[in-house]
Design a binder for this molecule. Sequence first.
Ligand SMILES: [Ca+2]
Length: 389
Amino acid sequence: MLLGLLLAWGAVHAAPDTAPTSNATSSAAPNDPAKPGSKAQRNKAKENKKAATKAKKPGPAPENALIGTGPAYAQSEEAMRFADEMAARRQLPAEWVRQTLGKARQSPAVIALMKPPAASFVKNWGVYRLRFIDDIRIKAGLQFWQQHRSDLMRAESAYGVPAQIIVGVIGVETLYGRNMGRFRVMDALSTLAFDFPAAHPRAAERSQYFRKELEQFMLSHSQSRTDPFGTLGSYAGATGLPQFMPSSIASFAVDFDGDGRIDLRSSNSDAIGSVAHYLQAFGWKTGMPTHYAVRLKADADMSALLAPDILPTFSAASFQEKGAMLEGAAQSHAGPLALIELLNGTDAPSFVAGTENFYVITRYNWSSYYAMAVIELAEAVAREMQNRR
Ligand SMILES: [Ca+2]
């Protein structure tokens, strides 16, 4: 299952754990609250209060929901203190915030899933690849492309991101909506915010990250007057066909079908537009390939080539000077390149030359294995589309 797999690789979409630089969802300009004392803020405050008062009370959980089996957060002083702070920060009624957060329940399953993989675990691109590039996913991708051809074309022309990459992302994330996650997001985010496994090397940073996501999640539901307990998602709190975290929804999701609301769970069109917008926002360059083949000379300067990790750093010329040889069009590639190393367990690793667009895909999920799976699924589905023309 996707969730377990992503965990095993220490890579969770938009809740990255092993990242070289800036975090796609925690540092990429989430919507800032209005400046204190401004008229906009006072209006916002009024809106928030009105919305929160009218928000529905938590109804019955959706079918098949994975509900936390631990204590309710009403019993956690830390969580209730956070509720009061959030209410003040976001101009929400304190009682509503306390009651809502108080009903969230700790999920031991989420805690177990968040533990880092065993030290003995060795990444294996060949194994990872087989999980995502298979007949079922390719066939589902073809069907998705055929059914949503016009939305994909529209997204491609609006944001400059190829249809096949959007198809690749949604396929790897949720198998086109078939695996969107069954965790009650209120429980998952509260658990990660207040009970993040202390043994994790970056526990403090991670719980801060999830507190921000929890706050955004509750704020969004308050504004849309919807029940926060009605939303299911991954164990990390990502939701919908593209598995966006709450801050990504707030910053990057778009109403691409024009019905006046953003719905990444039920609207394929909104999901398609939002994925394209996200990649555009992180610097997708229209027309640039994602990667090139590379041949390493026996005396290649591997320590220099691998030092920047996945961050594109080398010109095509300096790449080749260091012994990473390119062919054809790659030799005259204008932008920087990165040497991407994909481990294959005990076998020899695979290498490609990653461009800036390869790096953009890793802003969606901080893993070169993830990016390569998206690219290869995209290519496989595109080939099927060609064959049927
Ligand atoms: Ca919509």
